[in-house]
Design a protein around this ligand. Sequence first.
Ligand code: ATP
Length: 479
Amino acid sequence: MIDVQNQTAPNTKDRAATMDKIVALSKRRGFVFPGSDIYGGLANTWDYGPLGVELKNNIKRLWWRTFVHLRRDMVGLDAGILMHPRVWEASGHVVNFTDPLVDCKTCKARFRADHLVEERLGVVDAAEKSPDELTALIRAANSPCPNCGNRTLTDARRFNMMFQTTIGPVSETGTPVYLRPETAQGIFVQYKNLLATQRVKLPFGVGQIGKAFRNEITPGNFIFRVLELEQMEIEYFVKPEEGPAAFEAWLAEMHAWVALIGLRDDHVRVREHGKEELSHYSSRTLDFEYLFPGTMGWRELYGLANRTDFDLRSHQEASGEDLRYFDQAANTRYLPHVIEPTFGVDRTFLTVLLDAYDEEETVDVNGKPDTRVLLRLSPRLAPFKAAVLPLAKKPELTTVATSLFETLQAELDAPVGYDETANIGKRYRRQDEIGTPFCVTVDFDTLADQAVTIRDRDTTAQERIPIADVPSYLRERIR
Ligand code: ATP
């Protein structure tokens, strides 16, 4: 893992994945489809297909197990997407959750001013600049519109990224509400109920997984930037003086998570936010950045922030409720500080696919050069844990294979593939391409010896084992 600022990109020549290959494979095999596809799509929206929903659920399940179930200091929450509009006034989102935008007066296209300055003018710290500073840079360079080429860009101005909707049958008389742009506020707003009902003592944390919505106008780079995203967030409440130590502890936990999901060490680095870049609520923020292929380069994967007592203090003032924690040992009341590790589900999904993708040069059955595409997914995350393949579509084989398939589905408590079409080589390749770690082949010998062949995705090595041992063999290897 790269821990320093301004690290140059490591050599990634040995990397098989490109964004184009991942987008194509995702559609071809049913991981991710373009949203509203038959209507020509809707920018920055994507749907997770049958394979994608399994991978996504496996990521979320592993996260919940790691950070909620296996810890005594954590509890879970599932708050609503719609909240009282005053929540977003108190949290600062109504005023501060903005992006600097410029419009083109000729073609009406809209751009993030900081991205434009970064990508077109090579300014490295554009995120830290005010709209006036961005405007000055664009004017000084006489920047053309990236879409139509005319030099008719407006000044940069702030644009709020929250989606607004209305509660009530008529939009004119209904109450305007926002779709939450982050899951965190649900935790702060329920903090008092959590304290009152859960017998929790500082330090403790609350984990939550859920959808959030952001009116992003920048091209999304597949599921890297979407309008409807999913977050896995933790708000960890500590005594104010223990904030910095808890921050370091969560930094270590996040490093461990990145290793657990199988991301390559040299594809991840940690970058500290400069003073100007810090969000309005944060005293310290680190971004975990991932090295995306091609022109994308290093981009934010996760964040870790010390939110101090900003949120609880703001909600206490706005709601009039006393949100202080009663510290029995010290016999005092105070507002805890909050450390927030935040993980995007969609970016996890994308980076897991990018690092799992591999190509191997081999020869096909006719001796011609061939490329084997495989996803080296950890068995924990793989959509299918195994696939059962009868060697031929003959009733004596498919009966045994179907029965084994049903046994495995039940015993592994996870999806298992079944495929009886095409030649066995093609079927292995199909499973390789979706990351199935083991293929179990039922052949004519099985009828005599009650044994099957298990093929390992990564090595393609084959092993013959008794059919009765298959569930335990797989269970041991997919944990
Ligand atoms: P960025 O700078 O890329 O817009 P951010 O700093 O606004 O991201 P946070 O507010 O810290 O992001 O959100 C927490 C996490 O949620 C991010 O680390 C990322 O994994 C995820 N995330 C944020 N915005 C999006 C989005 N539009 N699409 C997909 N994931 C997102």
